[in-house]
Design a protein around this ligand. Structure first.
Ligand SMILES: Nc1ncnc2c1ncn2[C@@H]1O[C@H](COP(=O)(O)OP(=O)(O)O)[C@@H](O)[C@H]1O
Ligand SMILES: O=C(COP(=O)(O)O)[C@H](O)[C@H](O)COP(=O)(O)O
Length: 327
């Protein structure tokens, strides 16, 4: 791909359908963490499929069978594989629709592929075929306390459950989560862990500041050298808020992954440089995740780095011989 090309235009004109898989428990921030990707590429290029639509049983049937939606048999992965294969080949599908408001299925809807497709849900990496079809795999992994707070808030405010019902359901689902969902961390290119901020729980609750660890496998060799430096000078001169960065190696399902941890908030001036470097390297601009004068939270920085990783995976595919029209 020519270095000065307009990356969005190249993607729009390429036949390649790039699939991003986002796995994690219900209410773990899957939708929220893919927001940066949607914001960067825009509605025309990005669409999302939620795997909830591929449940085999409606809420009443699951109740009668005594199973949770986390059990693989409660989902139609064969149909999902078929649909992702069709979408990757540029074909439209008739997508099933699960309605969270009433726990039943609505009639299927026509769904056409966009050049970037986000597939999010409980089990996007459960079969080998799904893993092969997905180009970038992300696992979202909040601490139990964070997940509990997020899930209660969302399911009470948006899905009409009582807090007690949400808590009881979470307890009931735990063993199936550990058994069928959590092991998918082992297939992920990146795992995002989220805990309450070390600067106090109120920082999380009031300002969305979390302790965020981005575990990544080794960066693709194909990525060109890029300056991802953080400038210390504005940190010294604009350090009105607490911030920390840490790098460790962590064991993720038996794999050693590089773990970059952020907590707190960084001023726009510091983050804008990072964002600008990513814009120059990827030709995707403007990214503009932060507004002038504002602060970006640790989660926002993790999103920015993730977006950069994902864009680079897409560039690597574009440049590979014979794939997506590369030389
Ligand atoms: N990074 C985040 N920062 C703050 N709140 C979040 C974040 N991610 C998720 N949440 C909260 O958790 C709720 C559930 O997140 P959502 O992205 O809908 O989860 P999922 O798609 O995994 O079911 C959201 O409505 C939001 O209140
Ligand atoms: O586990 C999930 C996925 O939710 P999310 O969209 O949060 O990842 C839901 O419990 C099932 O889809 C069933 O839905 P319901 O409980 O509404 O019947």
């Amino acid at each position: 791909m020519p270095p000065s090309s307009d990356f969005k235009r190249v993607i729009a004109e390429s036949p390649y359908v790039f699939i991003i898989g986002v796995a994690g428990d219900s209410g773990s921030g899957k939708t929220t963490f893919t927001r940066a990707i949607r914001a960067i590429f825009g509605k025309d290029l990005v669409s999302t499929i939620t795997i909830d639509d591929y449940h085999r049983y409606d809420r009443q049937e699951r109740k009668e069978l005594g199973i949770t939606p986390l059990v693989p048999e409660a989902n139609r992965f064969d149909l999902l594989e078929e649909h992702l294969e069709d979408l990757k080949a540029g074909k439209s599908i008739q997508k099933p629709v699960y309605n969270h408001d009433n726990g039943k299925f609505d009639p299927p809807v026509p769904f056409s592929p966009t050049k970037i497709l986000i597939v999010e849900g409980l089990h996007p990496f459960i079969t080998e075929k799904l893993r092969d079809l997905i180009d970038f795999k992300l696992y979202v992994d909040p601490d139990p306390g964070v997940k509990r707070a997020w899930k209660i808030k969302r399911d009470v405010e948006q899905r009409g459950y009582s807090p007690e019902a949400v808590i009881a359901e979470m307890e009931e689902r735990k063993p199936d989560y550990e058994r069928y969902v959590a092991p998918q961390r082992g297939f992920a290119d990146a795992v995002i862990r989220i805990g309450f901020s070390k600067y106090g729980r109120e920082a999380s609750e009031n300002r969305n500041v979390y302790h965020v660890t981005l575990c990544q496998n080794e960066i693709d060799r194909s990525i060109r050298n890029v300056d991802l430096s953080i400038d210390l000078f504005p940190i010294f001169s604009l350090a009105q808020r607490d911030f920390m960065v840490e790098f460790t190696t962590e064991d993720v399902e038996g794999r050693a992954m590089g773990a970059l941890t952020f907590d707190g908030e960084l001023n726009y001036t510091v983050v804008r440089k990072l964002e600008r470097n990513i814009e120059i390297q990827t030709q995707v601009q403007p990214i503009n995740l932060v507004k002038n004068g504002a602060y970006l939270t640790a989660g926002g920085i993790a999103q920015l780095i993730l977006a950069w990783r994902i864009i680079n995976r897409r560039i690597a595919i574009e440049s590979a011989p014979g794939v997506a029209g590369g030389e």
